[in-house]
Design a protein around this ligand. Structure first.
Ligand SMILES: *Cc1c(COP(=O)(O)O)cnc(C)c1O
Length: 340
């Protein structure tokens, strides 16, 4: 069986680092969408609660329901199919149409399009949105935006921030005029957060940094974070691969001399991306994954009963030409989690 081990002291170290930067635990909203980026939604949510975090962000109502009792506030980014109103849930409004779909009394956050042009309401539609929210008797509790290039060295982040500040002022003015409470404002994700020296919004939505990574240009003064997840697998069988024998699909790996190898119970069926035998990958103990990864198993040059496949995914992200987010998020929900 494959297994994910979650390191609580590393997790708390990351939360502490984020808290120190923000000045308060209350300014952290942990982003737990997509099974907490593959780490396990309930496991990470429970540790966040134990640390004292009060806000979370997820993608769907179904995810929010699983962690409802653990937080005071849960922002749901992309699901408007809500039937009962929970005080804990806050629904993101990504378009004017979303306003029409929601039942009375739902808490809502306006998503403002400050330049990413993916989801959100533009500046010239904000007034209409707020009137729609009042007409439908929804509670406006937040307004936020998302940055498209916080991880790159460019001034785009500051261009979007100034657009958001303009929206923030407009929303404040409208709320005062209409005698409704001014909502919370939030904008930064992990990489944006560490680029702002003084973050003067109500909270930040922190995803990848809590898990121990920041895919931000190394030019920035990035904090030291510690990966939370490690992936482990049990042995199936050990054999001797004789000189010139090959292992696995396509016989991609050939033994240069007689060697002891074993198969382990993890493969791309578990969401561990398929290594195709072209690039060498070593486990934390220095063992090599030999040849192509199969659906349910892979071969390694050792005979340990259990091996750690990774405890840091940055090398794998490089090999697969992707970001750390994708390597962890791809891991399937069925993999058991253990917190140490
Ligand atoms: C996923 C997501 C985040 C978190 O981003 P990180 O880079 O992982 O910190 C924040 N805000 C929104 C809207 C998101 O979709």
């Amino acid at each position: 069986m494959a297994k994910i081990i979650l390191n609580k002291s590393n997790y708390f170290h990351n939360l502490k680092t984020i808290e120190t930067h923000l000045g308060s635990k209350d300014k952290i909203a942990v982003v737990l969408k997509d099974n907490a980026y593959g780490h396990g939604l309930v496991e990470i949510a429970s540790m966040a609660k134990e640390y004292g975090i009060k806000k979370a962000v997820v993608r769907t109502i179904n995810e929010a329901e699983k962690i409802e009792t653990l937080f005071e506030q849960i922002l749901i980014l992309a699901d408007t199919d809500i039937h009962s109103c929970s005080h804990t849930f806050h629904i993101a409004i990504n378009s004017l149409e979303d306003i029409e779909k929601l039942p009375e009394n739902t808490n809502v956050h306006i998503k403002f399009d400050s330049g990413m042009h993916r989801n959100g309401i533009s500046l010239d539609k904000l007034e209409e949105a707020i009137h729609g929210i009042l007409r439908k008797k929804l509670n406006l509790t937040g307004a936020f935006t998302h940055f498209r290039s916080a991880d790159e060295l460019s001034c785009e982040l500051f261009w979007q921030k100034s657009n958001f500040d303009e929206a923030k002022n407009l929303i404040k003015t409208l709320c005062e005029k209409l005698f409704i409470p001014v909502p919370n404002f939030h904008c930064a994700n992990s990489s944006a957060l560490f680029r702002f020296k003084n973050y003067d919004y109500d909270f930040a939505r922190v995803g990848i940094a809590q898990y121990g990574y920041l895919d931000t240009d190394s030019i920035f003064d990035n904090p030291t974070l510690k990966p939370v997840m490690s992936l482990w697998a049990d042995k199936i069988v050990t054999r001797i691969l004789k000189e010139n024998q090959r292992v696995g699909y396509g016989g991609k790996y050939m033994a240069q001399e007689d060697m002891k190898i074993s198969t382990y119970k993890v493969g791309y069926g578990d969401g561990f991306f398929r290594l195709n035998g072209e690039q060498k990958y070593l486990t934390p103990k220095g063992y090599e994954i030999l040849g192509k990864v199969s659906m349910d198993n892979l071969s390694i040059n050792c005979d340990d009963e259990e091996v750690c496949i990774f405890n840091d995914v940055r090398e794998l992200a490089k090999i697969h030409n992707t970001i750390t987010y994708e390597i962890t998020t791809a891991l399937k929900e069925h993999i058991p989690k253990e917190i140490i």
